[in-house]
Design a protein around this ligand. Structure first.
Ligand code: PSU
Ligand code: MN
Length: 313
């Protein structure tokens, strides 16, 4: 369904027309998940990893009121610096999209908004760090903060290659929510859900696949039988890049206390916690985050390539 606000870069459009592999990338991780210039280097490394795998990267953002799929180097620079002549780069999720387009805004897209844009452009595979999910309960009672990433996964037919959900979340409740929503979690070379900065421990995935071809086979069958939901492809951080679980756990605990103390709510919670954990771990979490997202980009490239050999509706 083409519409005037969707602008697909010419290299991405050409790849899609000729049936080549394409992988979408999000930009909230760039504008709100890491600081400059590391965020820019990471965004470039992700695009490179996808090209090295034989696929075409399509980084998604909202630029001046258009949904852009595939960005130029100058666009990436603009998103990475966090602010430009339009002001602060917004964080655009599903609910924000219509307003951002109507008001000519510039913003970074979350997993949810990126899945939407990818599907509109005809892209089936998307790489990120970790999905959003159900936040942990706070000191004041149960948390009702549940990411629209789950809504998108329930309704948009795109595979999200990620290192599970961010470990700042209530992972148990996030996994249960995915099951309720009918979203499969494929463990890419793992039996347990990766926990973002670490390889995970005790939460099982729905199925395990040990190579990109088996994952592509499940994706093809999932959509081929008429299902219209997304799929989580949970890809653990490489062993050599894994952060120390004890250090991460302590940093998350102090981060959650800091969220409460500072009264941070809504869309600012996740960026606040990621920044806190990076500081509290002396940058170790940032190193792990960069490593896992680049690894996810490479894996997504391989899965997208395998998917070109399969039938898709
Ligand atoms: N993965 C990362 N860093 C991030 C994110 C993912 O390694 O910053 C972003 C994604 O854009 C995801 C968002 O959609 O965090 C979740 O935000 P929230 O919890 O407010 O829905
Ligand atoms: Mn939220």
């Amino acid at each position: 369904m083409a519409h005037s606000k969707l602008v697909v870069a010419s290299d991405v459009a050409a790849a899609l027309t000729s049936g080549r592999a394409v992988v979408a990338l999000e930009t909230t991780i760039i504008s709100h998940g890491m600081s400059y210039p590391r965020n820019l280097e990471t965004a470039q490394a992700c695009e490179m990893a996808i090209r090295d795998a034989g696929a075409v990267p399509a980084t998604v953002a909202i630029l001046d009121g258009n949904i852009r799929v595939g960005l130029a180097a100058t666009d990436l620079e603009r998103l990475a610096s966090g602010t430009d002549h339009t002001g602060r780069i917004a964080k655009v999720s599903l609910r924000d999209l219509g307003a951002a387009l109507a008001q000519g805004k510039t913003g970074a897209t979350t997993v949810a908004a990126t899945m939407f844009a990818a599907a509109q452009a005809g892209i089936r595979v998307f790489a990120t760090g970790g999905i959003g999910g159900a936040h942990r309960s706070g000191q004041t009672g149960p948390s009702h903060d549940i990411s629209a990433d789950l809504t998108a996964l329930a309704t948009i037919p795109v595979a999200v290659v990620c290192s599970g959900a961010k470990a700042i979340l209530d992972l148990d409740r996030t996994v249960e929510a995915l099951e309720t929503l009918g979203v499969p979690v494929i463990g890419q070379g793992t039996d347990v859900l990766p926990e973002f900065w670490t390889r995970g421990g005790d939460l099982p995935v729905s199925f395990r696949c040990d190579d990109p071809a088996s994952t592509a086979a499940i994706l093809s069958a999932h959509w081929g039988c008429g299902l219209t939901s997304g799929v989580v492809v949970a890809n653990p951080i490489p062993m050599s890049d894994e952060a120390d679980p004890a250090v991460i756990t302590a940093a998350i605990e102090s981060g959650l206390a800091a969220v409460t103390a500072a009264g941070v709510t809504g869309r600012d919670v996740t960026p606040f916690l990621l920044a806190h954990v990076a500081l509290a771990t002396d940058g170790a979490s940032l190193e792990a985050n960069v490593a896992l997202v680049v690894h996810n980009a490479a894996t997504a490239g391989a899965i997208a390539l395998a998917l070109t050999k399969r039938a898709l509706p």
